[in-house]
Design a protein around this ligand. Sequence first.
Ligand code: TRP
Length: 481
Amino acid sequence: MTTRYLTGITTTGTPHLGNYVGAIRPAIAASRRADSDAFFFLADYHALIKCDDPARIARSRLEIAATWLACGLDPARVTFYRQSDIPEIPELTWILTCVTAKGLLNRAHAYKAAVDQNAASGEDADAAITAGLYMYPVLMAADILIFNANKVPVGRDQVQHIEMARDVGQRFNHIYGKAWRTAGGGGEPFTLPEAAIEASVATLPGLDGRKMSKSYDNTVPLFEGGAAATREAVMKIVTDSRAPGEPKDPDSSSLFAIYRAFAGDADSAAFRDELAGGMGWGDAKQRLCERIEQDLAPLRARYADLMAHPDTIEDALLDGARKAREIARPRLAIMRRAIGLGPLVTARAHAPHPAPPPHAGEGSARAGRGPSGKPSKRARIVSFRDGEGFRFRLLGADGDQLLLSRAFADPRSAGQASRGLTDANADAALAPLDAARFAFMQGADVLATSDAFPDATARDAALQRARAALASLREAQESLP
Ligand code: TRP
């Protein structure tokens, strides 16, 4: 079993060391594991919540995409895309909005913090708070749930959002789970995600000891400004006034915490001893710079190259969006049917000419027969039983499976459903189910589905084969005595 990891980065800023240590590095490491199926995206719809400066958002998208690629994200291996290239995400957001308790959103930290700030400054509680900020957790739930992510690598500040995504997903599963399965979806509509935090370095402190964050203006730049900018920031890390030779408390400054985020246990322990033994802060900063550069120098070169070629980044993102939508589109199609937003009428199968009522026998297989009455190489419907119940398959003339039915509780209902396949008067029809599959449906009830095909063209070709197979079966029935 592979684990699906999914991470979004809001495109409002320039990546800093805290982003690298807390999110980018662990997520890319996880994406390289053989058992991981990783999704990374630029959360540019989320960016609109915080920022109405188009130039800043555009610049940030480029910088963040270049950063992730420079840090080793392999777009051939993972699914790397922009949120705004996936229209199914805002569509799902609305659907989820309608099962999300308003009270849940009232409790979201980001929204509450904004309300508290208004209260503190004597403003109206909702002053300058957009509905976007309020809805933020629902959009994020849609990001995660649409792809059935198992693990979401995030900073601690985001854990509440993952819990909310679970809540919302669970509620949807509860309300629509059965309808989802009837509509042809397997299992539960949504996998419930878990937050994944790298325990040792989940939050990197900034220059002043508070969490490294753009909003505190205490960051160490990652790539922008080059090694000089990183160094300049490190030199500004706040330390106490102890002079060289005096023992230092390694835990009282960000310096040691940042060092530890790059160095292994042994080097960190040695660095700790040297600080306790009186190493000067200036020397310590120098050592920290060297340690950081050891990791970052090769990545900087790649970053510069990517920033000079935005078109290659664009291509990678569009390709990622295509991969992502191959998953999102069919899921949304099923979801729409499940919640009652499917087509009003299902188109009837187009038989080449009207077929009379069927005379099919009740055997376990209804094979077509040639005019002579002898079995010929024709399409067949085969019924069988498995652990879940009674099913049937439609096989093409060459024996390939065109449709597999769902499990029915008893042979009678399976037989009745399978007879609909060759009964042109039955109120059931073959039609596309989603981008990858077609189905045999009665209203919204999916009686049987095809395999998943790589794209709609392959699906439609198989659908034509299935229609031809059914036409040949009907012909055979006509010619029976
Ligand atoms: N809200 C996240 C942040 O600010 C970004 C984000 C948006 C995200 N959608 C997501 C993270 C989905 C993980 C999964 O960091």
